[in-house]
Design a protein around this ligand. Sequence first.
Ligand code: TTP
Ligand code: MN
Ligand code: MN
Length: 743
Amino acid sequence: MPEVRFWLLDVASGEGTVDLWGVAEGGERVVVSFPFMPYFYLVPSRGAGREVGARVEEVERFRLGRPLRCLRIYADDTARAAEDALRRGLGDAYGYDLRRADLFLISTGLRPGSWAVAEAERAGELWGYPAYRATGSVRAEEGRVAAPDLRVVSFNPTYLARRASPRPDRDPVVAISLYDGSSSRTLIGDERSILESFVDYLARADPDVVVSFQGNRVHWDYLSRRARAAGVRFSVGRGGSEPHGSVYGHVSIRGRVNLDVSEFVEEVPEVKLERLEELARYMGMSVPEEAPEDYEVGDLWESDRAALISYSEWRARAALEIFSAISDYVFSLSAITGMPPDHVLTAATGFKVENYLMRFAELEARELIPPRRESAHMTYQGGMVLQPEPGLHHDVAVLDFKSMYPSIIIKYNLSLETVHEDGTIEEGREQGFLPRALERLLEERARARSEAERSPEGSTERRVLEAKQRALKRIANAIYGYTGWSGARWYAPHVAAAITAKGREIISSVISKARGLGLRVIYGDTDSVFVSNDARKIDELLGWISSELGLEVKVEKVYVNVLFTEAKKRYAGVTADGRLDVVGLEAVRGDWSGVAKRAQVEVLEVLLREGSVERAVERAREWIRRVRSGDVPLRDLVIWKQLTKPPEDYEATAAHAIVAKRMREAGWDVRVGDKVGFVVVRGPGRIYERARPYFEVTGDQVDWDYYADKQVAAACARILEAVGVDESRLLAAGGRGLEAFFG
Ligand code: TTP
Ligand code: MN
Ligand code: MN
């Protein structure tokens, strides 16, 4: 049997076939077509038999661990066939709402972003590419880790909008920068020729991966519309196809991976990364010092076109470099979940977990896949958080459970089969579906880690395996959250509640034991306890946890000094290795001005590193004086706040909503989810009446007293009040001057 080996890039539904786009072993780009008839399962009601469909097989499946006699029914349109069977009362239907291409991957075990072997013969060409027709089976080729050499191109468009957000019905494309990994170029000229050259370039370069920053949310749609208006056929996909909207808000480009690196920020929730510059800096890349803001593009196009073009070329290069840095990780996520590389970044975490579970269900557990239905969201109690002892503490150890929720799920066999709706846990049952799926992930992770360690340092294998183990951890850690997500096929809030309840029980027993041993317990959150750093007693405690609870705890860090406020989840500390950790305070919150954040961090540094309250107070007063005198750059005064609903739906006192409305009136495209930046100016009226879009404000308009009192002093007081300093001591500083009396 002739075989074709290829690395799977993309999957598309054809006419009665599923078409796999791949890079074959010799580097050839190929399309391999499989005849594929989708199927679903029916658990027949009494009496119902094989008459339900034209092609029916009897199979054994499980529903929550219980074996069931099932019918596997093949049908072109499984959703319709299942609906029909349900209407006729023939039984319960499962797995009928999967997309054809997804079902194909799930049932064959093929993974995008990995190698496959198919029995297939050459069958001419399809859309100008060598085509193969399947003659037998197809399977994943295990154990082959490295991706082939992929052709990657990135692009960055520039739209000409004047002092407003670009709008595709109004503002033209004036440039598109392209980068192929070695050279940059920018297409300019009249719009029609730019778009034609772009299509042309992609046809000739024929990339496997097209990289952008915000391609899904902005560029593909924008460029498609401009092309339509200009009468240019926007055939950027393989075989001349145009982009089309797909699942998860993703845009599909046939035969290519359309990778929008802006979506990688979801993978690093601990850091706020919104602009390309922030993401690039986070990835350790160099970033231009003076990046133009969106609103400056129109003016720059006239005044310094060369600078704008070189910035646009930087953006295209940065996007591609980010892709290179994350591609192993993305392909690993793809292989684990079975979702194509471009979908896997776009899809919410719940869908990633679910795709993994569906594969595990069909291929290993032989569990039926429940249909997706809208469930009412149920809240449940989360982890335990202790009320902290406010103030400054010295020499504090943070003890933290290793993989707490995953460990609990496995150790207590918490699953849909074993946890009853009322929260009681059935013991002595076989390992449930969730713990099994999770254990499989952890086994694979352990294997990837040890294989990585055996691979030579700096080798491709090692790099890929390390990315793989991180991706496996990501999915394993998300399983608990999945059970509490109301969109889940296996939605099980009672299981989520049982997991957190066990967690609370365990952490309480650790706290009691710690106190019994004479350790001071200062704080605790979910699976961590902060205790006085007494090495001998801590050792004893860890020993007890391992022998009595059968779980593992590590000393995660030691704080030389740590400061707690009255509030939970708001503290800061300096670790033994000299790092400042800030949790939940203004300094790490989005909706405070940069100057307030900087001042707060400096006050924390002085307090925690030098241990001096007096010097910390002095530092706060210096900042207040400085701000009151207007000696701070404007960009540090901007307060960014996210629009979480349409501006009209906010109360009349929400400053950012007022600013958003004004921006809309002035022609800006401000959408739900956008961050609105404003500065508070002097004048009559309340603060929310004095908020202005940040780019309209000049230094002489700023309400410096607002920034001194309500931003800097307030943020510093939050810290200093925890060590007994009253806010009035700060405000007494830097005299408000005569203006305050007469103003
Ligand atoms: P962590 O201690 O952060 O994580 P962990 O115990 O799983 O792993 P590690 O070995 O690195 O300590 O969080 C404790 C539990 O809180 C974790 O098991 C699951 C839950 N949790 C979430 O559900 N979502 C999250 O984003 C985080 C950080 C934790
Ligand atoms: Mn932990
Ligand atoms: Mn923790």
